[in-house]
Design a protein around this ligand. Structure first.
Ligand SMILES: Cc1ncc(COP(=O)(O)O)c(C=O)c1O
Length: 344
């Protein structure tokens, strides 16, 4: 039996975009100052200011590290983060926010992975009570772990609710580019313009070798970040190679191209799922993730040909991710396998 195909398991399973490898090779010209004092990192800071406004931006190795160090920079030891139950920081970071940032996470069940002002308000309790952890950050993921996307209006409403209560709004933007492309918006229209305070800007899922950035929208919040990043083991000595990747993605339109393609492939796959009798979309398909509800026997049969993750065993919901590298032929092949698995 041949090994199951891995291409729909995660956008992290995709390779590195050739332009990114070229950019890394081009940055490999001789010597450069270490730890971020290099021309690539300077150019990246400038580029991110062009895209987001007056921000302080810091390259890091990965998304977990970006989230955790951003949170440690803005939290005091007795402060908490309110986030959806499904948040990556809550379920997929091995407790790093608790252990490394020392933060209590207060998680909230949601219908579709999205925090709302009402849900946030329901956890805004215990202020001024010495027995109670003090909420300081509301955290959202854009796009969410369930493939849904916050509109600018929804983010602004959350920022208003958070700020009125003295909280900051942090965004895990591992797939911010997919959300921006899906809505046809600029990156700042989903962040700076909506009142987001701190962002972990994703890159790896869009074809980088491994690079993300922590972006502070209010420079005073970044005051301690250099130390939080170093303590959090996210300070790259040869930072030019991290910055060169991010520059390659954001200097031109590569982020639009890779995210737009991944989203388009997901839409195609979503159409195929919706057209398959007995299969249905479990959540609104708004970015590059397709969540399908399938009968257990079909999941088992499909697993013989494809490796992918079952998101909710009880409900038979599986996650099929598309990436910059997914092709229309890949979608057609999976759609055929799905129809067969469903007994069609
Ligand atoms: C929503 C979200 N945030 C953050 C990350 C970043 O994780 P990593 O530390 O693997 O780069 C991921 C990766 O799967 C993710 O899906």
């Amino acid at each position: 039996m041949t090994a199951p195909l891995t291409l729909f398991a995660s956008d992290n399973y995709a390779g590195v975009h050739p332009a990114v490898l070229e950019a890394v090779a081009a940055a490999n010209a001789g010597w450069a100052r270490a730890y971020g004092d290099d021309e690539w990192t300077d150019r990246l800071r400038e580029k991110l200011r062009e895209l987001f406004g007056d921000v302080e931006a810091f390259p890091v190795f990965n998304g977990t590290g970006g989230n955790v160090t951003a949170l440690s920079a803005v939290l005091r030891p007795y402060e908490a983060v309110i986030c959806p139950e499904t948040a990556h920081i809550n379920v997929d970071e091995c407790g790093a926010p608790e252990r490394i940032a020392g933060a209590k996470l207060v998680d909230v069940p949601t219908a579709d992975g999205k925090l709302t002002p009402e849900l946030l308000r329901s956890r805004l309790t215990g202020f001024g009570d010495q027995h109670h952890v003090q909420a300081r950050v509301a955290s959202i993921s854009q796009s969410t772990e369930l493939g849904t996307v916050y509109t600018p209006g929804e983010i602004s409403a959350l920022a208003r609710t958070a700020h009125e209560a003295g909280l900051l709004l942090q965004m895990d933007g591992a797939r911010l580019v997919n959300a921006a492309e899906a809505l046809g918006l600029e990156l700042r229209e989903l962040t700076s313009d909506c009142g987001v305070d701190v962002l972990t800007l994703g890159g790896t899922k869009s074809g980088l070798l491994g690079a993300e950035a922590v972006v502070f929208f209010r420079p005073e919040l970044a005051a301690g970040y250099l130390y939080a990043r170093k303590q959090g083991t996210q300070l790259a000595s040869k930072m030019r190679f991290i910055s060169a990747q991010l520059l390659c993605l954001f200097e031109g339109d590569l982020w639009r191209e890779t995210a737009g393609h991944a989203n388009a492939m997901a839409r195609r796959l979503g159409d195929a799922v919706a057209a398959t009798p007995g299969a249905e979309l479990a959540y609104p398909l708004q970015a590059n993730a397709v969540f399908a509800a399938l009968p257990p026997a079909a999941i088992e049969r499909l697993h013989e040909r494809y490796h992918f993750y079952v998101w909710d065993e009880d409900a038979g919901v599986v996650r099929l991710m598309c990436s910059w590298q997914t092709t229309p032929a890949d979608i057609e092949e999976l759609a055929g396998a799905l129809a067969e698995a469903m007994g069609g």
